[in-house]
Design a protein around this ligand. Structure first.
Ligand SMILES: CC(C)(COP(=O)(O)OP(=O)(O)OC[C@H]1O[C@@H](n2cnc3c(N)ncnc32)[C@H](O)[C@@H]1OP(=O)(O)O)[C@@H](O)C(=O)NCCC(=O)NCCS
Length: 200
């Protein structure tokens, strides 16, 4: 993981209305494994299914491996609230295809149920894409259930071009990073709820 000290902070009326504390997005760390594992145990079955395409909680060792990726393997970010101590409520990562000599990676994202619909997924998504583009990746692949409309809206609202394909109940989309995102295609609420860090 490259060193990164910049963070994305979200403070908006949606959080205030629902009594939810501000959320910060930062790079994932090895020490996050226990908190991410605990977050999985709080998830509703539908979210688990949409994330893993089966009803499973990954073992702690698998979560720890995700938190300990080298830059050649991939990268990840977490969304945290600060209620006395840090509390992880979202995670997104990509894993490079076949090691460092390819320019494609597979992406996954997960936000805890009570924090969904607040723009946290969009913030994680955007941060991960910025990082992947800076990491010279050419595309991010995401495979998801055809009923997963929130994920589809994330893809459609990110500003990046994408190549959709379908296989039965699954969508298989490739987000093209070699072209910069088109501002006119980025969903407007971003500007109201998210402060973007300078490129790191
Ligand atoms: C997909 C997911 C990451 C989105 O995170 P989120 O924090 O809820 O997303 P946001 O609040 O940023 O909203 C993303 C989009 O979904 C829309 N959305 C939010 N709540 C919604 C709802 N109840 N119904 C329909 N769309 C909704 C938002 O309006 C937004 O679209 P817009 O910008 O075009 O308006 C989250 O729902 C999740 O973790 N789902 C389970 C795991 C999963 O599906 N992972 C993807 C496969 S790896």
């Amino acid at each position: 993981m490259t060193t990164m000290t910049t963070m994305t902070t979200m403070q908006g009326s949606r959080q205030v209305k629902r009594g939810i504390n501000p959320v910060t997005v930062r790079p994932i760390r090895l020490g996050d494994a226990d908190a991410i594992y605990a977050m999985h145990k709080r998830l509703l079955p539908e979210s688990l299914y949409y994330r893993y395409l089966q009803y499973r909680i990954p073992p702690l060792a698998e979560v720890a491996a995700l938190c300990n990726m080298s830059p050649e393997q991939g990268a990840g970010f977490v969304a945290v609230t600060h209620t006395g101590c840090e509390h992880i409520v979202g995670v997104a990562h990509y894993v490079r295809d076949g090691g460092q000599h390819t320019c494609a990676a597979e992406l996954a994202i997960l936000v805890e149920d009570r924090y969904q619909g607040l723009g946290i997924g969009r913030s994680l998504w955007q941060r991960l894409h910025q990082h992947a583009a800076a990491d010279r990746l050419c595309e991010l692949r995401v495979i998801f259930d055809v009923r997963n409309h929130r994920l589809l809206r994330l893809i459609q609202g990110s500003g990046y071009l994408y190549k959709p394909s379908f296989d039965g109940d699954l969508n298989d989309y490739r987000v093209v990073l070699s072209e910069p995102p088109q501002p006119s295609r980025i969903r407007r609420f971003l500007g109201r709820f998210v402060t973007y860090p300078s490129a790191s």
